[in-house]
Design a protein. Sequence first.
Length: 530
Amino acid sequence: MPDNAPGNAQRPLRPRILDELGLPKTLPAAADDFLPLLDGGPDTLLLGLGPEPAKLPALLGLPDAQAARVRYIEAPAAAAQLGEAWRAGIPANFEAVTAPSDAEALRTLTRASRVLLYRPGPRLLPGFWGPLLARLRLALLPQPPAPKPRLLWLPGGEADLLRLELREAFEALGWRVRELPSPLAKGESALPALLAGGECPALYLSINFQGLDALGEAAHLLAAAGARVAVWCVDNPLNLLSRLKARFWMDLPLFVTDDWFLEPLTRLGARGAHHLPLAARARQLADEPQTPAPAKANLAGRLVFVGRSAFPDKAAFFAGCAVPDAARTEATRLMAAGGRPDFGWWLTRLGVERLWPGADARHAAFCAEETGKTWRAACLNRAQADLPGGLTVFGDAGWRELLPADADLRPPVDYYTALPDICASAAACLNCTSPLLPRGLTQRHFDVWASGGLLITDATPGLGIFPHELTRPITFARPEDIAPLLRSLTATPNAAAHGAALRQAWRAELARAHTYVHRAQTVLETLDLA
């Protein structure tokens, strides 16, 4: 109901401004909307005035001009929108000050002052208030930290994506790695305590924006302390951006596993987007190839698929999304003809224009995920039909409704302990690349070879980072090509010798240029930290 509707006759009209993302927001003006940050003395420093500055002396119990000073800092974007009438309401004894850019000036400004923050400010205009509040927090530390050379902070949960691989890679390059625990990955609340202890990383590397909040407060705090903050988007970057509520990410170095996203990210405002594909663990390639495991002897001669039936937390993430029937039919026909209705195709087909801010891009992502599920199911069902008794799927129970009743479906496996033995023991591993990444790769493109296995994969454009003579013999475009491709690499002694030569050549290529040590080195060189 509008503020001026009859039912709201007693509700005062409040000014509205556009926030950092261009969305209109109403400004509250109660005493509780001002958060005490410091209680340091007779003077007062106001970080934001709110919509009714004339009422602040009485509302906040501020001293008069003879008793003490009242100074304030206001976001220029807020002041410009509130206009002359708002400016005229600022009490005559209020002194405007410019936000200090260094710690000593901030300490001087806040000394002997009560500091009050207008609470909505950091949510409305985080690009202004985030860096200022970060500098203030550090200025108030007894001994602000300085970045320690060759120290990496890696936020995330213990079993999260690439945690082990990146720790190994950076340690191989002589860096010390502090793995920040899962609670820290959900917010920045523990960062001040770590920084207050005198430790600051040279690099804070976030995977998929883990350890970075939606408004960028953690990123601003780390940057103010002198750390470099970078993000590696292993998943679809536009899905990841959909939870962010501020523009801070545009100033961060962004690494993406799929170079398709470089153009849209740059168009959205990213100032440094870089291609950084997935990779293999160097220590796996340094060892001799694994041999078939006796415990996995029942996989000999079989084609194996290891993976999920659907996007994790799919229902919650894609709530409200649906695939239009006509578009689904088009996508199915395209796949049958050997085409790829990927995320980019769906953006065009659905007419999605605003990629960020907001979650509009999730609709295309949902449709691409549904396409991917259809593609995986088609590949596995055709392989099951063409290789009677010769297919095993390791995955979740969701596969039951997608595969024939007699399919050999086994429980999910640990990717670090069980997967290497599976890859080494099976005739080959099947990979079906998610269309959520139009030119992406999966971890299977690396870890199957690193484990001594043989890979058969759909022909994703992401394979272009490898020599054509290695990719051509292992790729298929249609489900009916899977069984003939497997036989061409395993069915006869000559075919098996060809498959063995491919295993050796792939391992050599990965060791040459595609380990996580190579990727870590690329990150450091890009950030001038090598």
